[in-house]
Design a protein around this ligand. Structure first.
Ligand code: COA
Ligand code: AMP
Length: 634
């Protein structure tokens, strides 16, 4: 390993003296009152960081930078090939926008602890809205625009927001996604009704507002500016929630991951400097969506807490207009690093395998590519390295952790890269590989990947109003550990290899989806007797869902018609982001004698991998039938 890297010394210290380590990191944050205890093991399900400290996240992301002379530096560069526009806001301008929207929300009666749902596309106002919530201590919950009305309704019912902030539309290549009908439908479906909705009208599509419930964002802003309404920061406890972000669980009911203020500030600030190697003032681009955790941490909070300039991109890696889009954005805005999902690079490589478009741009200031969201497959990493000629850093994390579990810390000095591994655990994370009895397994042996408690600052303390579900989902199976639900191994150098999930989660183009949730939708179709959904290999998206249906006896309608209805049903109930396009009718599902569907074997057949006949199979002929059905469709 590289002698120049400080990684080993830093990581060892973080585990030997966690409180000392994080107390030192916390000096980079402006606190209103310091922590009474750096870590209080008596609080919460496994202890809480920075107990008793008082802070404001928005102050740390904006006010303090303006006060320190960064007011004229850009906070945000919003680049949208879909609307052919680039919008820039300095830290001073962003602060004014945030103060104004925060005052508007206060006028609607939003106070500390109230929830606000944001159902928004990738527009600058989304950043303003998140920070405005943080400013007044309101808890935001951003819902990804690619989710359908029912998913939004579930989140509205769980978070019970006082307000919803939304927009008239999102823009996808070749189509305008009207948000308002989805929002109206969701509110209709929900038991909890928000008091009001603030709607941003976009010029690409203007929607109707419902009198008495919907308010025009621009009109409210204009009048607040005329009246000089500016909200100050509301002090909150470090342990108070900053946001709730719903993520797929093993049922149709998503998990409301809670993020607190203090630990999040400290962990993100540390990571910007030491993991990503970014200096305040530099331009940083995270090409995710604000609806995902990566967008929360590294489009919005991380770069701003650090005093960097954040690029927000409303576009795709290909087709907006071509596979050179990423290189244009990097060159035009002088980004020093990009963080995206491997799927984006697979899409670019497919369109421009020789990297011809890349050579049209000056990327001389570009230093590092970061990949996460799914396993970075070695061929994609190698291609990116050859094309970009900069380090390509795979790193592994989850919505639950909010920041990286294992990565290669640029700011501490890179360790040698091993393709297929996101490298080593970050400070505060003791990552172990254990067997079913919670016993650590030897190097290079596959097992469940777990994190020794306590988790470091920034990781989830609980699920929103579901402490029991939190304990049951994450803490009970391996006592003393947090269960990641990922499987993998560590090699003799301590490098972590993350090979796949141990539950029903699949990763589709870097988006986390539950096949169990999809099965619930398939099963709701009146003609379906039984079903199974699993992720099958896809050259661009990594995995895509594939549904197998057994129809009820006596159904005479054509299977192909029912399959089309099923595809439409998933799009309608879950959303287009599920990319559910393949439903296959079969006579029977392969099962064990105890009735368990043999999903793993079906997956191997679909992926064209070696498979062996499970000894417990009820009827071996069923697998041949599945193989035949797949051959004609995949
Ligand atoms: N609002 C509405 N619809 C959305 C949406 C949004 N915010 N985001 C995606 N969709 C729709 C898309 O239009 C598409 O619909 P379609 O079935 O009508 O084509 C569907 O959801 C799937 O979208 P997506 O996953 O983006 O696939 P794609 O085929 O349009 O593009 C990639 C493929 C690889 C280019 C794209 O997935 C990509 O850029 N991925 C990077 C992902 C990423 O950065 N993830 C962050 C996690 S770290
Ligand atoms: P999400 O909560 O959407 O961030 O998804 C988290 C899951 O994505 C993890 O549990 C992993 O299964 C997968 N994942 C994320 N990053 C990586 C990575 N670098 N390598 C392998 N798997 C990853």
């Amino acid at each position: 390993m590289s002698a120049a890297s400080r990684y080993h010394e830093v990581h060892a210290r973080s585990l030997q003296d966690p409180e000392g380590f994080w107390a030192e990191a916390a000096r980079a944050i402006d606190w209103i009152e310091p922590a009474k205890k750096i870590f209080d093991p008596a609080m919460g399900a496994y202890g809480r960081w920075f107990a008793g400290a008082v802070v404001n996240t928005c102050y740390n992301a904006l006010d303090r930078h303006v006060a320190a002379g960064r007011g004229e530096q850009l906070a945000l560069i919003h680049d949208s090939p879909l609307t052919n526009s680039v919008t820039r806001l300095t830290y001073a301008e962003m602060l004014k926008e945030v103060q104004t929207l925060a005052a508007i929300m206060q006028d609607f009666g939003v106070v500390k602890g109230d929830r606000v749902i944001l159902y928004m596309p990738m527009v600058p106002e989304a950043m303003v809205a998140m920070l405005a919530c943080a400013r007044i201590g309101a808890v935001h919950s951003v819902v990804f625009g690619g989710f359908a009305a029912k998913e939004l309704a579930t989140r509205i019912d769980d978070a019970t927001p006082k307000l919803v902030l939304s927009a008239s539309c999102g823009i996808e290549p070749g189509r305008i996604v009207q948000y308002k009908p989805l929002l109206d439908q969701a509110i209709e479906l929900a038991d909890n009704r928000p008091q009001a909705c603030i709607i941003l009208q976009r010029p690409e599509h203007v929607c109707e507002l419902k009198p008495g419930r919907d308010y025009d964002w621009a009109a409210l802003r204009k009048s607040a500016l005329v009246n000089g309404k500016l909200a100050p920061c509301v002090p909150v406890l470090a342990t108070d929630p900053l946001y709730i972000l719903y993520t797929s669980g093993t049922t149709g009911k998503p998990k409301g991951v809670v993020r607190d203020n203090g630990g999040h500030l400290v962990a993100l600030k540390w990571s910007m400097e030491y993991l990503y190697g970014i200096k305040p003032g530099e331009v940083w681009w995270c090409g995710s969506d604000i609806g995902w955790v990566v967008g929360h941490s590294y489009i919005i909070y991380g770069p701003l807490i650090h005093g960097a300039t954040s690029v927000m991109y409303e576009g795709k890696p290909v087709g907006t207009p071509d596979a050179g889009a990423f290189w244009r954005v990097i060159a035009e805005h002088k980004a020093v690093a990009l963080f995206t999902a491997p799927t984006a690079f697979r899409a670019i490589r497919k369109e421009d395998p020789e990297g011809t478009l890349l050579r049209q741009y000056d990327l001389s200031q570009f230093r590092t590519l970061f990949l996460a969201g799914e396993r970075a497959d070695p061929p994609t990493v190698e291609w990116a390295e050859q094309q970009l000629k900069v380090p390509v850093v795979d790193h592994w994390w989850q919505t639950e952790t909010g920041w990286c579990i294992a990565g290669n810390p640029v700011g501490l000095g890179l360790l040698p890269v091993k393709h297929g591994s996101p490298t080593v655990p970050m400070p505060g994370y003791q990552v172990d590989i254990v067997d079913e009895a919670s016993k650590p397994v030897p190097a290079n042996t596959m097992g469940s990947i777990v994190i020794k408690l306590p988790m470091p600052p920034g990781c989830l303390p609980t699920l929103w109003q579901q402490e029991d579900r939190f304990k049951e989902s994450y803490l009970s199976e391996f006592p003393g550990y947090y269960k990641t639900s990922d499987a993998g191994f560590k090699d003799e150098d301590g490098y972590v290899f993350v090979m796949g999930r141990t539950d029903d989660i699949i990763n589709v183009a870097g988006h986390r989806l539950s096949t169990g949730g999809m099965e619930e939708i398939l099963a709701s179709h009146p003609d379906v007797a039984e079903c199974a959904v699993l992720g099958i290999k896809d050259a661009i998206k990594g995995e895509v869902p594939c549904g197998f249906l057994v129809l009820k006896a006596g159904v005479s309608r054509s299977p192909s018609v029912i399959e089309k209805e099923i595809v439409a049903l998933v799009r309608d109930k879950l959303g287009p982001v599920a990319a559910f396009k393949l439903a296959i009718t079969v006579g029977r599902l392969p099962k064990t004698r105890s009735g368990k569907i043999l999903r793993g074997t079906i997956k191997k057949i679909a992926d064209g991998e070696q498979w062996s006949m499970p000894a417990t199979i009820e009827d071996p002929k069923v697998l041949d039938e599945i193989g035949e059905a797949l051959k004609s469709r995949v």
